[in-house]
Design a protein around this ligand. Structure first.
Ligand SMILES: Nc1ncnc2c1ncn2[C@@H]1O[C@H](COP(=O)(O)OP(=O)(O)O)[C@@H](O)[C@H]1O
Ligand SMILES: [Mg+2]
Length: 348
């Protein structure tokens, strides 16, 4: 998406940061066009929060150049702060106040004035579906409501650039979808958004571009589609009851790869209904009985496994990050066997 001004919402080059002897960000480059959503995707400890803290002027980088909507983070931090909203920044929301009162407080801090403040607070309560609980103390808010209030508070000043550090972490699926919808609305209203996430499906769903951060380095960058295209295509896995039908199917489908131990035939295919129907028709005509099948569409999990190589271990990719039930250790191992570039990617 091209911005109105042509100036990127976020531009960072060669950002380095160490804590003591620990190099946490290693020459990180990031660009987000105005009005676009950039996802910074990476496992725990990759350096995502550190990058957000640097770009939002909370901590200094050791080196590198960073501009927010044309304002330099180092030489004009005040100008940057006036433009941005950071969630988590005010997560010390006051439990002894109501949701509306918390928003008032923020409007006051932003010097909105009484009328404009009232209008903005009412708008935000409405937009974030908090009108019904506006006069309730925060102590009765659910996790999703708190997260929405937190985001609403950062939006009081109508920031042009918004940093969302793992905005859906810990939310239930429904609250997560609500948050996604809000994030989309913010971007379509023209805000530039940097979103950090450990959830691959979240980056895929929301982002115009994705930068994959692993141990302080950007290991891949592109549109979700570009990242997915770096991974070999999808396939259908056919599971058989015994070696005989597997042998017949392997003879029928020479492009497919049999796994005699698992009694599985992996057939290269896209995820269209047509290709599935064609495959099933062929098997049916040849009177080959398939016990069950699973469809594997290449997704960001695969990208992550491919680009982060040996760093992908059980501790990095845990159940909650692997979105598809199809990604199992056995599957990843077979991927690594097929594609030398992925050697070492198998979690063990
Ligand atoms: N203030 C700090 N002092 C020392 N080490 C830190 C500090 N902040 C973060 N780190 C370290 O930097 C690395 C990246 O942390 P962080 O940016 O929080 O990662 P992420 O947000 O991707 O989980 C981690 O190894 C973390 O322990
Ligand atoms: Mg973090």
């Amino acid at each position: 998406m091209t911005g109105q001004t042509g100036t990127p919402g976020i531009a960072a080059r060669h950002v380095c940061k160490s804590f003591g002897s620990h190099l946490v960000l290693d020459r990180v480059n990031l660009t987000a066009e105005e009005g676009s959503i950039l996802a910074l995707l990476g496992p725990n400890g990759a350096g995502k929060t550190t990058m957000v803290r640097i770009l939002s002027t909370l901590i200094p980088a050791d080196s590198g150049s960073m501009q927010i909507a044309g304002h330099d983070v180092v030489s004009d931090p005040g100008g940057v702060r006036a433009l941005i909203g950071v969630t988590g920044q005010f997560s010390a929301v006051d439990n002894l106040l109501t949701g509306a009162e918390n928003l008032w407080l923020m409007a006051d801090l932003r010097h909105l004035g009484r009328q404009a403040g009232q209008r903005r607070v009412a708008e935000l309560l409405e937009q974030f579906d908090l009108t019904d609980v506006a006069d309730k103390l925060l102590s009765v808010y659910s996790g999703g409501m708190r997260r929405r209030l937190d985001l609403a508070m950062t939006l009081v000043g109508e920031p042009r650039v918004i940093f969302l550090d793992e905005p859906t972490n810990g939310l239930d699926p429904r609250s997560r979808l609500t948050m996604w919808e809000i994030i989309r609305q913010l971007a379509s209203a023209g805000a530039t958004i940097l979103l950090t996430t450990q959830y691959l499906d979240e980056a895929d769903q929301l982002a115009d571009r994705i930068a994959v951060l692993d141990q302080g380095r950007i290991v891949a960058e592109g549109t979700p589609a570009e990242l997915k295209s770096r991974i070999p295509g999808g396939h259908i896995r056919l599971h058989f009851a015994g070696p005989d039908p597997l042998r017949s199917a392997a003879a029928l489908l020479p492009a497919a790869a049999p796994d005699w131990e698992q009694l599985v035939l992996q057939v290269p295919a896209d995820d269209t209904v047509d290709s599935l129907r064609q495959l099933l028709d062929e098997l049916h005509e040849a009177r080959i009985t398939v016990e069950r099948l699973s469809i594997h569409t290449p997704d960001l999990d695969d990208v992550f496994l491919a680009v982060t190589g040996s760093h992908v271990t059980g501790s990095h990719v845990t159940g909650s990050h692997v979105t598809g039930s199809h990604v199992t250790h056995g599957h990843v191992a077979s991927r690594a066997d097929e594609h030398p570039a992925l050697q070492g990617a198998a979690p063990r």
